[in-house]
Design a protein around this ligand. Structure first.
Ligand code: NAD
Length: 373
């Protein structure tokens, strides 16, 4: 068995496996073939892969010779057509990219998309959304501190007092919780909104205030993913969020619903009420953003309020992002490769079944099927 690692195209800076991950695959009798310069942006040079026991080849050679191809971002369509009966594994967002999934099906490609992994206890060590969101939450706060023209911590100095920054965090999932922890370490005062009341305790244990809005839709049966809210709830939530937005110096927004446009939680009117110099970091920008003014991959300055749309903050820390992503992938590969290095696709395993989107010429994932029908 040969596993191929492709070089990603910018702005993607991560790589699916680092040299440190190769030894584990070697132990399973699996060879690794890496595209030349694949680890360059994550500071892993070709010679490090060779020393670790991988072979370094051209893109064409990796595509032609590998049984499983690792590529975080989707592979270009023209390559898919030439790759019959191969397995690809990455983060392909099939709930949005279903045309690509259909192309893979008609070309006999089996697709595993790590963002479809069921969010169960057994899946935690493979959960790429969590490992990458953790980085995004951390970097969101650091970027906000960098952009903000004032201190985060409170200071009493001979030249006068500095009040602590007021940070508002919308969505206390993996990114939001890490953002709370990071903002707290910097000395900010933090308020948090989430539609899942069960996160209240976690939020408070990190030293932040949880603002409750009653009547949210129950997400307990959505496998760890958020669900859409009623219009009536959204209106009540907006009114409460509006009060916090007006006081906030920094907002980190992370609210997302898989396969759907992100909910608008901050209106232009609310932003108009913010102090000049305030900063919003919107991690939901790729799916439309949590503010009415967010633009993906862009910073919008509205009356002195900087609204930074960035859903790809994990790419700004490519070494650790790749280290954690690669470990997640290894843990998942263990489910589909035997110790003797043979492929074993056991669709009775809920994690293998849930992560597989395309197999045998068909879309197999129920959540993607629902969208297409
Ligand atoms: P996410 O990125 O999909 O969403 C971020 C947060 O936004 C969520 O907490 C969600 O409730 C919140 N949100 C959605 N709509 C909102 C709205 N209108 N207003 C305010 N907040 C809103 O979430 P995530 O970080 O990927 O994970 C969410 C949860 O899934 C985790 O906190 C955890 O409970 C669970 N999880 C389980 C596992 C596992 O067991 N393997 C792994 C990761 C996450």
């Amino acid at each position: 068995m040969i596993i191929g690692v492709l070089k990603e195209s910018l702005p993607e800076t991560r790589v699916s496996l680092l040299p440190e991950h190769i030894a584990t695959l070697k132990k399973w009798n699996v060879d690794v073939c890496v595209e030349s310069q694949a680890g360059m942006d994550a500071f892993a040079a070709d010679d490090k892969y060779s020393t670790a026991g991988a072979t370094v080849k051209s893109r064409e050679e990796v595509l032609q010779n590998s049984d499983i191809i690792l590529s975080i971002q989707p592979i270009e369509n023209s390559k898919i057509e030439n790759q019959k009966s191969k397995i690809i594994l990455g983060i392909y967002q099939p709930l949005f990219n279903y045309t690509l999934m259909k192309d893979c099906a008609s070309n006999g490609i089996t697709v595993f998309s790590m963002d479809m992994l069921p969010r169960t206890t057994r899946a935690q060590s493979m959960d790429v959304l969590s490992s990458q969101a953790n980085i995004a939450g951390y970097k969101a706060v650091l970027n906000a501190a960098f952009t903000y023209s004032r201190y985060f911590p409170m200071f009493m100095t001979a030249a006068g007092s500095i009040p602590p920054a007021k940070v508002l965090i919308l969505g206390a999932g993996v990114a939001g919780l890490q953002a709370i922890a990071t903002a707290k370490r910097l000395g900010a005062v933090i308020e948090v909104f989430d539609t899942r009341p069960q996160v209240k305790e976690e939020v408070m244990s990190l030293g932040a205030k949880f603002v409750e809005v009653e009547g949210a839709a129950d997400a307990s049966k959505a496998g760890g993913y958020a669900v859409e809210q009623t219009e009536e709830f959204m209106q009540r939530q907006k009114a409460k969020i509006g009060e916090s937005v007006a006081k906030a110096d920094i907002i980190i927004s992370t609210a997302q619903i898989p396969g759907k446009k992100a909910p608008i939680l901050i209106t232009t009117e609310m932003i108009n009420a913010m102090k000049s110099g305030s900063v919003i970091i919107d991690l939901a920008s790729a799916t439309g953003g949590n503010t009415e003014l967010t633009k993906d991959c862009t910073t919008v300055n509205h009356n002195g309020v900087n609204i930074v749309g960035n859903s790809a903050l994990a790419c700004s820390m490519p070494s650790d992002a790749s280290k954690l992503y690669g470990k997640n992938v290894l843990n998942f590969l263990q489910l589909i490769i035997t110790k003797e290095g043979q492929l074993n696709l056991n669709f009775e395993d809920d994690l293998v079944k849930g992560t597989c989107v395309v197999h045998g010429g068909e879309i197999t994932n129920e959540r993607v099927k629902v969208l297409i029908s």
